[in-house]
Write a protein that binds this ligand. Sequence first.
Ligand code: SAH
Length: 355
Amino acid sequence: MKQDIKSMTLAEMTQALNDMGQPAFRAKQIYTWLHKGVTDFAEMTNLSKELRAKLDETYYITAPKVARKQRSQKDGTVKYLWELGDGNCVETVLMQYHHGNTVCISSEVGCPMGCKFCASTLGGLVRRLQPSEILDQVLFTALDSGLPISNIVLMGIGEPLDNFDHVMRFLELVNSPEGMNIGMRHISLSTCGLVPRIDELAEKKLQLTLSVSLHSPDDASRSAIMPINRKYPVDVLLDACRRYFEKTGRRVSFEYTMIDGVSDSPEQAELLASKLHGLAAHVNMIPLNPVAESPLRPSTRQAVARFQKILEGHGIPATVRRSLGGDIDASCGQLRRKYVKESEKTEGTAWTHGD
Ligand code: SAH
């Protein structure tokens, strides 16, 4: 069984090369090639033929293929559907903001969390991604688009804290000076609220931004849309956010999807404001992106404006997230979902790539 070399840290690679009787600088050379997106040991021209052959016997190099690529006519957002080594697919979205290019990446194939408004979880969890497969989304999006990537958000398919160890390793890889060297302050990680994992993350004292998908301030309506709330209710989750803030000094930001008649009442805005008191939090309001399989609908503009005004009245900064890529199924899991469904219908037919 060959091993996944791109999931290895530089320290592990150095050790492995040392075991092969090779000096430390060789590991660095290989690591650099891999993090530039080289997909074949044969291309590592500064290594001897023998070493390349030996590496090829021991390791494999992951390289996702573009299964689909859609570009928004409105705002230039690009959505990639990557096909992984085993045929599974995940999505990555590339957004161009004035503060830099941001990629939204996936951490799992499917998702086990079961949130009622989210397309990613409709078929449950298929499998967790390897560190290399998470990294590849950043690497190959940069290579395919020709654009430098300055920010990463872990807000694609999957629950990053459900794939904790692989996501931590990915962070180490993408942050490494010999690799893509993307600073922790340019990385956001979003979670639906796995409390023990939030505490574990706090212990690591990383400088990344933790985003919590709150979506409702009361247990009855949050449990109705997010099953995880039955295990870790709102107040338990917010206590974990307080501990996170104390431990890391980093403000937690909250995502709040505006769902008509579910999460958008003035009473809920008041309750949210009172519960966030003392957290120095920022609320990111996201108008629900309707998913075909769900009866949930986005809030009206008036309801969104009213909600925002109440929060701001209590001194809580709240922004309404600009929705990008609405014309290209850019909301979590929608493109993969469509692709999986279409493949089921037309099994055996080859896909044409691109738009
Ligand atoms: N599992 C993680 C990260 C992935 S989802 C989490 O739950 O945070 C990224 C964000 O998009 C989450 O806040 C999620 O709740 C939200 N989201 C998912 N589907 C959505 C939809 N249809 N409309 C608006 N936001 C959605």
